[in-house]
Design a protein around this ligand. Sequence first.
Ligand code: GDP
Ligand code: MG
Length: 604
Amino acid sequence: YPVESIRNFSIIAHVDHGKSTLADRLLEITGAISKTDHNKQVLDKLQVERERGITVKAQSASLFYNHEGINYLLNLIDTPGHVDFSYEVSRSLSACQGVILVVDANEGIQAQTVANFYLAFEAQLSIIPVINKIDLKNADPERVEKQIEKLFDIPRDECIRISAKQGTNVEKVLQYVIEKIPPPQCNTADPLKALVFDSTFDHYRGVIANIALFGGEIAKGQKIVSAHTKKRYEVNEVGILTPNEQPTHKLYAGQVGYLIAGMKEVTEAQIGDTLFLYKQPVEPLPGFKSAKPMVFAGMYPIDQTEYNNLKSALERLTLNDSSVTVHRDSSLALGAGWRLGFLGLLHMEVFNQRLEQEYNMSVILTAPTVPYKAVLSSAKLKKEYGKDEITIINPAQFPDKLSVSEYLEPTVLGTIVTPHEYIGKIITLCQDRRAVQKDMLYIDENRVMLKYLFPLNEIVVDFYDALKSLSSGYASFDYEDAGYQSADLIKMDILVNGNPVEELATIIHRDKAYAAGKLLCERLKETIPRQLFEIAIQAAIGKKIIARETLKAYRKNVVAKCYGGDITRRMKLLKRQAEGKRLMRKIGNVEVPRDAFIRVLKRE
Ligand code: GDP
Ligand code: MG
């Protein structure tokens, strides 16, 4: 395939607007997959993706398409829609020259449509606007076209109206891809320059790197060098994704494909790295800004004997998800473990679910915290840390007010898109979350875009759920980093019969501590099963108790009831209890469900 007949593109959209369904149709039209009901959301390979119906990892597929007598090679990269994964989106875009921007004909432009549009716009990519789900009864493509024109300055007659589900007009999308997206600008005669834009780990074959060739060609047997590690490798296999791996003789400039080159260590295939030929060094490509974790939590094995297994599972999973940061950590109560940084709470839950499903690991996760900062005033601490300002990602390391001149908290600029009837309730919610309004714009007669500056910790856990429920699911939300601001922070402990529950310690704004402490105690009371003695559940700031709940004793002995009864029944019961115990964690003499904090914080 000459470079002129290659097109590299992504599909971007708000979550649920139909990216994966459109990708399926494109795969069908080009013969990559057959038309059966089993082929739903083919690019969503992970179990967690299929279960949750969301895309987490960007996947690619090469499509072959003949248009007006010319054979084209179209490389499609599917992207996740959720705000937590926008890092994946911008990474995918670096391998593309254009995007298909999908907007639901019924829902219209949503918060992530806006965010994704700007990612593509800033990367100077060609944008093909597509209005999907025109088969729906309430579809109003005309209104959506007006929104696109008003907000993105794209003439309404450039939009394609489609139904990805029924296949209507999908062929036209492919024609637009060929006509409106430029081919990559690079040359096979140049020295090899390959961008590693993603990588996965295979138990048998080692690291599989997804690469985009910005110059030259690559084939089995060649010696290559990583610009990042300076290590040398011999290429074992190259190929394209159709969407399954299909080995090819060579990959050429402009193509997107995969490479296996005996990289065994998880750290060897750095995403954003440039690969070149051993004898022909090149200037590395700019690479990527590393993903910035917004949410941190401690992770510990339930049983310390599992430490090494968990360590290797973490190493493998973080190769597939390089946006997670990992630092070793330890705690008196929980033993040796790690402090992990995630892009958001959904990202953290998905990561945890993948650990369980793909690596069969169960872990203790602590309450999430955002990265706070403290400007130190104590000479002793300054010396200890070797700096005047520290970042706090673990409540256990929260420095006392006496040694700090100022605490700082991270903020984000949030975008909310909503039908106007919910504005009142949403403004109240935002004020309750200590947010400051920055902008308000009507994108059509009854749809409004609001911009607010939020303290990050106010939106991390349940803001999105609250917003969805008060707008009957109609409001959408996205956010971007907006730096730090001064804040009156304190550390709040949760005690169970006087023993601190380390995974529930939180750093919190002083004005919010009393209400939050009371709520945490109440919910914990509902979550902890009653035991043979009374349990006091308390919230405390330092030595001061600010809230208390009491869980009454449970008298009946479940096993006693079975004495003298059927022995197998008794064994079964004991076994079931033992299984239940693995999901429990002891705090003093009290048994608390391991996943208590997620349930406590999220009120499921
Ligand atoms: P993604 O989150 O953007 O990848 O969206 P999906 O492709 O997973 O689609 C979300 C939901 O919308 C699924 O239930 C699809 O079946 C449905 N959907 C996608 N395209 C269409 C369409 O053209 N018409 C209708 N009626 N439903 C669609
Ligand atoms: Mg999807």
